[in-house]
Design a binder for this molecule. Structure first.
Ligand code: AMP
Ligand code: MG
Length: 393
């Protein structure tokens, strides 16, 4: 059986970032750029005031009588004239400064009544054109992720469209005779709602994918084959269920027939039967049907792949070290990913599990903000032991 690290390496080695597309900045949010962005303008575009106050013409002004009071310049207004020695003008924050401004007295340092400005002028209250970004400067590089700050910067510079990696198109197929649509009000005997395809869709969206189709097939070879073929134009095809060793587990065999299977067993818990391969041009992930196993294996394998396809440099979640606030039973042999809630006290993260870790327990996923990583060579853990945790947010 492969270890988690070997399996992930194998998967990522077959994953290349998708080609570029040009999109409006709003659609680029959260995506990785394929181009550098060079400022075509200065930012700020003109010298302006950092404060509400009085712009003065004398560099050495320390307060006192102003001979030549030149009115006001509000934000958005153009100064009517230059400032000479002995002159002052009221300026609002962000207002364009008159030529000749050598310093600004904060309004807080003045007394009411116009020409009597008391208090020193400071040049540091002048926001110079280009002091934030200079024309010609590279402000973002290929591979950088467009976050809210980047949206602000691009928008300030008048950049409305950027080139970034395409979002990976994802197809989802849930398999199982026992599944009915989630809209089913009254469950027929022996049936359950197909929750996985919705949970996987949510996880795929959160990882930056676009879900093109969500299908269900009964445990029937032809139905599964047809569904897989119809999804094979996606970048990633994700199935749930039918990858274990049961009588009705047909997915692996069909993938071998219409595509190729790379591996299907990994020494992890939950998620030992996880299949990886190809169907058409799509990367194929056969996730186990148990709801916890399918979401945890999505997190461990599919999310990094979607991130790599979308051009992100960072494909994994951040790790920290957590301290157990309760004992953690763990059988050596497989690496176990335990749903847990971290609480921080005095800068230390204390972990409590979300209860029984049965892989059918959907409720154990809710409220988990971390996966604790119990090592394959370790037995039960005691309160106070420290172990690595993947942060899930
Ligand atoms: P399987 O991997 O097909 O053997 O399924 C393992 C367990 O997961 C069984 O209890 C299934 O009923 C359950 N399961 C499979 N697919 C889904 C699904 N789409 N939604 C919820 N539970 C499922
Ligand atoms: Mg099944």
């Amino acid at each position: 059986m492969l270890t988690y690290d070997e399996a992930l390496q194998r998967v990522l080695a077959q994953t290349d970032p998708l080609p570029a597309e040009i999109v409006p900045v709003a659609d680029a949010y959260g995506r990785a750029l394929t181009e550098s962005i060079v400022a075509a303008e200065n930012l700020p575009p003109f010298d302006n005031s950092a404060v509400d106050g009085f712009a003065v013409g004398d560099a050495t002004y320390q307060g006192g009588y102003v001979r030549d009071y030149a009115g006001t310049v509000l934000a958005g207004q153009i100064p009517s004239r230059d400032l000479g020695s002995g002159a002052a003008v009221y300026v609002a924050t962000g207002a364009m400064l008159p030529v000749g401004t050598s310093g600004i007295v904060m309004v807080e340092d003045t007394v009411e009544g116009e020409p009597a400005i008391h208090g020193p002028a400071f040049a540091r209250f002048i926001r110079r054109a280009g002091s934030d970004v200079e024309k010609g400067e590279t402000v973002l590089r290929a591979g950088d992720v467009v976050d809210a700050g980047a949206v602000g910067l691009l928008s300030s510079l008048g950049v409305t469209r950027v080139s970034c990696h395409s979002r990976p198109r994802v197809g989802i197929l849930s398999t199982g005779d026992e599944l009915v649509p989630v809209t089913t009000r009254v469950l027929p005997p022996a049936m359950i709602r197909d929750s996985n395809s919705h949970a996987i869709e949510a996880a795929a969206l959160a990882a930056g994918g676009v879900v093109i189709q969500r299908l269900h097939a009964p445990d029937d070879k032809d139905a599964i084959r047809n569904a897989l073929l119809s999804l094979s134009g996606c970048a990633v095809v994700i199935t749930s269920g039918g990858v274990s060793v049961g009588d009705a587990d047909f997915v692996k065999g069909i993938v071998e027939e219409i595509g190729s299977l790379d591996f299907w067993r990994i020494a992890i818990k939950p998620g030992k039967p996880l299949a990886f391969g190809r169907v058409g041009n799509a990367l194929f992930f056969g996730l186990p049907g148990n709801p916890v196993s399918s979401l945890v294996t999505f997190e461990l394998f599919v999310r990094p792949v979607l991130r790599r396809l979308a051009g992100h440099r960072e494909t994994s979640r951040p790790h920290i070290t957590a301290t157990l606030a309760e004992p953690l039973p763990h059988e050596p042999g497989r690496r176990e990913f335990v749903r847990a809630r971290l609480e921080y006290r005095d800068g230390e993260a204390f972990a409590t599990t979300t209860g029984s870790q049965g892989s059918h327990r959907v409720s154990s996923l809710v409220g988990a903000n971390a996966l604790l990583i119990a090592h394959e060579d370790h037995g039960d853990y005691e309160v106070g032991e420290r172990l690595p945790a993947l942060l899930l947010f």
